[in-house]
Design a protein around this ligand. Structure first.
Ligand code: C5P
Length: 215
């Protein structure tokens, strides 16, 4: 089984993806981490090349180890990730790795869940189940703010909201694989839902899809 999970930042994809992976015993790929790793390498490259060229070179030579770099979750890396993710050549270099993960899930797993922005539309257009999680801007900013505070970061809510708006606008407006729900995605607004409620609704949907397939 392949599950494609997409949505804007801080909609709850990460938590849901981990729980679904455990529940259905699927391999999990957080594809945002791949763009973050390219961003971190681009930022660390102090050559005189223009940013675009540095980003393409970073994507071309990305290795699995790069996904374990420290600091990938930082806000500055996230902002840079959304810049490099808008470059079509960068995306092109990262497609095979993601498709291959879905086709041959590691650790002997029988299926995979990939979370990101273009999984249901570009990476796994034939996924068995497509989910698009969304939530109001305020709810997402509040969640991100709480996450950052828990992680010890000293930040203000207005700044978090402004950064998130900028990143989402860039992800939605770009011409290369923009953030849009696939036509056949199950769209769930999580604004007023707890993580448990989101999980229960998605599991009910996945089980219903599987039951129709098997009947
Ligand atoms: O999900 P996360 O916040 O880690 O993603 C960082 C950035 O990577 C996003 O803002 C988006 O620009 C980019 N991304 C993407 N396609 C994906 C996953 C992430 O363009 N499948």
């Amino acid at each position: 089984m392949i599950i494609a999970l997409d949505g804007p930042s801080a909609a709850g994809k990460g938590t849901l993806a981990r729980r679904l992976a455990g529940h259905y015993r699927l391999a999990l790929l957080d594809t945002g981490l791949i763009y973050r790793a390219v961003a971190a390498r681009t930022l660390a490259d102090d050559s005189d090349l223009p940013e675009r060229e540095r980003a393409i070179a970073a994507a071309r030579s990305l290795r699995a180890d790069d996904l374990a770099r420290p600091g990938l979750r930082e806000e500055g890396v996230g902002a840079m990730a959304s810049k490099v993710a808008a470059i079509p050549e960068v995306r092109l270099h990262l497609v095979d790795f993601q498709k291959n993960f879905a086709k041959h899930p590691p650790d002997g797993k029988a299926g995979a869940i990939l979370d990101g922005r273009d999984i249901g539309t570009v990476i796994c257009p034939n996924a068995d189940v497509k989910i698009f999680l969304t939530a109001s801007e305020e709810a997402r900013a509040e969640r991100r703010f709480q996450e950052l505070r828990t992680g010890g970061s000293d930040t203000i809510k207005a700044r978090v909201l402004a950064d998130m708006r900028e990143r989402d606008a860039r992800d939605s407006a770009r011409s290369a694989a923009p953030l849009v729900p696939a036509a056949d995605a199950f769209v769930l607004d999580t604004t007023a839902l707890s993580a448990d409620q989101v999980f229960d609704r998605v599991v009910a949907h996945v089980d219903a899809v599987r039951a129709t397939r098997n009947s």
